[in-house]
Design a protein. Structure first.
Length: 149
């Protein structure tokens, strides 16, 4: 098989359905909307979960469990091993600096330091949270961890 033998699956854009163009078109008169009712009206859009007066499914089903998703605090995380590779002794580490050096992609605006890897250089770290093992490794290397709110 060569590149010029590869065929497209089909047209990338389907033609628009032209309704209301006479009875001979098959989509004349009521234009495929049936007769009367809410769906036949011009302004009908349909509300999410609306079942035309029947009790909606999400109200019929029993509610179980608990979700803490609304109150969860998201962090951008990084391990101390990654900091050891990218920073030299005495440098300050913060969320802004990590984003400038592309060690953390854009995401949550809170920083958490985790204890994965080894750290041999003394760093001044400003973070919103840090694990106990991360704090122990940073302080063991002669650095400091400042928890900011």
């Amino acid at each position: 098989m060569r590149l010029e033998d590869v065929m497209r699956a089909g047209p990338s854009h389907r033609k628009r359905k032209r309704v209301g163009r006479g009875v001979g078109s098959g989509n004349g008169k009521t234009s495929g909307r049936g007769t009367k009712g809410h769906g036949a009206r011009q302004t009908f859009h349909g509300k999410l979960g609306h079942e035309g007066g029947q009790m909606p499914l999400f109200r019929r089903l029993p509610k179980r469990g608990f979700s803490n998703a609304r109150y969860r605090v998201d962090y951008s995380v990084i391990n101390v091993g990654e900091l050891a590779v990218s920073f030299s002794a005495g440098e300050e580490v913060s969320l802004v600096v990590l984003r400038e050096r592309a060690l953390i992609k854009s995401g949550p605006d809170r920083l958490k330091i985790l204890g994965g890897g080894e750290l041999a250089v003394a760093l001044k770290i400003k973070a919103h949270a840090a694990s106990a093992s991360a704090v122990a490794k940073v302080e063991g290397a002669g650095g400091s961890v400042e928890i900011i709110s």
